[in-house]
Design a protein around this ligand. Structure first.
Ligand code: FES
Ligand code: MG
Length: 571
């Protein structure tokens, strides 16, 4: 018996409403039988010229359309708010939730039976998944893939990771401005996302590890013909998913979320992964506590030798076997029976992707590092938690008890950091306040703030840095992030003063501000909250309703879903 699809509530009616739905669409030249009850597939495209990492997604959308048509569906492409890391101020994170609202409402309000999410740059992936999860129709994701390796003077250079290095070398006088300018032309050589294991690649691996894509698609370079092929296959597959009613909630189970956490640890993935997966889980009604990330990743070794934790880039990862090979090597510790977008289990999908280069992808038993995960620290400085990516940190700095130097905000940091008489040495712990979700607002990627110029010139390359901000997934260093509660909310971070002693012990998961309770109380009493950073518009809504970073930073009223049904007619 033929199932009636959701889109027939628009197109399948003989009345005035049906006339309107069909007639206006026919101005695009569609024949009558397009509306005969076949699956209608939305292609949610985050293409934008202003999001360079997604600039090629229109081409991929065409390939998705071929696939949809081949499988007997009808494709309609629609735009979603695009979030480009490289340009948007004060940070794309401020707009992730706004974009998710756009995606959610666009899917629900339209005659769509299934949706293909075309995503790439960091926030476009979680925003689309969050929005789709709150509607819960059959959904598949297609990532845009990473750029080719950067090439400079015969060397491979990676997006972000090498920029942070070159920028510090410029500040310390090791390279000239001319050289810095020349590198600018060498880093981004093709369409695609950052080619390091930054947030975009971590998100591409996340959607695959969740089972939301076709197998071994995450790591295909953006400009490889294989990328178009998998887009076309995804177009075919979504039609099948609609016929099977394989909805996003059937794929994104707790087990699938746990698989993604373990995979993110094994690839040395971005710290931003935590905020995004928590927000996605929230839309599905699956509680995901910060400490579960630590617990689930604690015994996962680093199995991908990729910048910023290792040596290679995404192109190398794919040629070495790709995420498919890594999951094949990791699968014994994953939940193998989860159903994935192609309707098969993880075990069936990842039985045998081979590894071609064990300098890039390791086995579980002989990893690049035994411990890879993001550690969750707690203590009097971060009662609700803070995180540190141990694979990208300096091992000798993971247990310290030192005096700190405090920057009250990013403006003060910018004013002071190059001062030759800044009263810090390489053992000082640097603290930056006012970089949290409410504070900046939007929790920008300033947590990997650069070192004092005078210490760079002395050859210092890493110091303990602590903030309530995020860092780019491409960044490295001994960097404590996401301190919660944040300083703008009056968390203990707000009350830290220069000269205080901070104790961090990553092995013991500790982060303490070593002052007496009386002193802390006194400081709290004399503290006044900063004036709000916005008085109108979306930023005001965001500040008033954003959840703290340790819960994922979604807006409180967006948690959960509203399903796909809309009962009332527009006319
Ligand atoms: Fe878009 Fe890095 S800036 S992926
Ligand atoms: Mg990034």
């Amino acid at each position: 018996m033929k199932k009636t699809h959701r889109s027939q509530e628009w197109f399948g009616r003989a009345d005035k409403s049906g006339f309107i739905s069909r007639s206006w669409m026919k101005n695009q030249g569609y024949p009558n039988d397009i509306f005969d009850g076949r699956p209608v597939i939305g292609i949610c495209n985050t293409w934008s010229d202003l999001t360079p990492c997604n600039a090629h997604l229109r081409d991929l959308a065409e390939r998705v359309k071929y696939g949809v048509l081949e499988a007997g569906g009808v494709p309609f492409e629609f735009p979603a708010m695009s979030l480009g890391e490289a340009l948007m101020k004060p940070t794309t994170m401020l707009y992730r939730n706004l974009a998710s609202m756009d995606v959610e409402e666009s899917i629900r309000a339209n005659p769509i039976d299934g949706v293909v999410l075309l995503v790439n740059c960091d926030k476009t992936t979680p925003s689309c998944l969050m929005g789709a999860a709150s509607v819960d129709i059959p959904t598949i994701a297609v990532s845009g893939g990473a750029m080719l390796n950067g090439k400079y003077k015969g060397r491979d250079i990676g997006s972000g990771t090498d920029l942070w290095k070159f920028s510090e070398e410029l500040r310390s006088g090791i390279i000239s401005q001319d050289e810095f300018d020349a590198i600018e032309n060498s880093m981004s050589r093709s369409n695609g996302a950052c080619n390091t294991m930054g947030t975009a690649s971590s998100m591409a691996c996340m959607v695959e590890a969740l089972g939301m894509t076709l197998p071994n698609g995450a790591t295909i370079p953006a400009v490889d013909a294989e990328r178009r092929r998998i887009a076309q296959l995804a177009g075919r597959r979504i039609v099948g998913m609609v016929k099977e009613d394989l909805r996003i909630s059937h794929i994104l189970t707790r087990e699938a979320l746990e698989n993604a956490i373990m995979c993110n640890a094994a690839i040395g993935g971005s710290t931003n992964f935590i905020l995004h997966l928590q927000a996605i889980a929230g839309r599905l009604g699956i509680p995901l506590d910060l400490t579960q990330f630590d617990k689930l990743s604690a015994d996962i070794p680093l199995m991908a030798n990729l910048k910023p934790s290792g040596d290679f880039l995404m192109e190398d990862f794919h040629y070495a076997g790709g995420l498919g090979a890594l999951i094949t090597n990791l699968q014994n510790i994953l939940h193998k029976q989860v159903i994935q977008a192609n309707g098969k289990t993880l075990q069936e999908n990842y039985a045998s992707f081979p590894t071609y280069n064990d300098n890039v992808i390791s086995t579980f038993e002989r990893p690049f590092q035994t411990n890879s995960g993001t550690a969750v620290l707690k203590g009097s400085l971060a009662p609700s938690g803070a995180i540190i990516k141990t694979s990208a940190a300096s091992p000798e700095l993971l247990s310290v008890k030192q005096k700190c130097y405090v920057f009250e905000n990013i403006e003060q940091y910018n004013q002071q950091i190059n001062a030759p008489d800044l009263p810090v040495d390489q053992d000082t712990i640097l603290v930056l306040k006012d970089a949290g979700v409410k504070g900046y607002p939007g929790m920008p990627e300033v947590g990997n703030f650069g070192l004092p110029k005078k210490l760079l010139q002395q050859g210092v390359r890493d110091m303990v840095r602590i903030s309530d901000g995020r860092m780019s997934g491409t960044a490295f260093g001994t960097i404590v992030l996401h301190v919660s509660p944040e300083s703008a909310d009056g968390g203990p971070l707000a009350h830290v003063q220069t000269g205080d002693v901070i104790e961090m012990d990553v092995a013991e998961r500790k982060l303490n501000l070593c002052i007496s309770d009386e002193e802390l109380t006194k400081r709290k009493e004399s503290w006044a909250p900063p004036s709000p950073k916005a008085t109108r518009g979306y930023a005001k809504l965001y500040i008033n309703t954003v959840q703290p970073s340790h819960l994922g930073g979604d807006l409180d009223f967006l948690v959960g879903g509203s399903g796909s049904e809309i009962k009332r007619e527009p006319h």
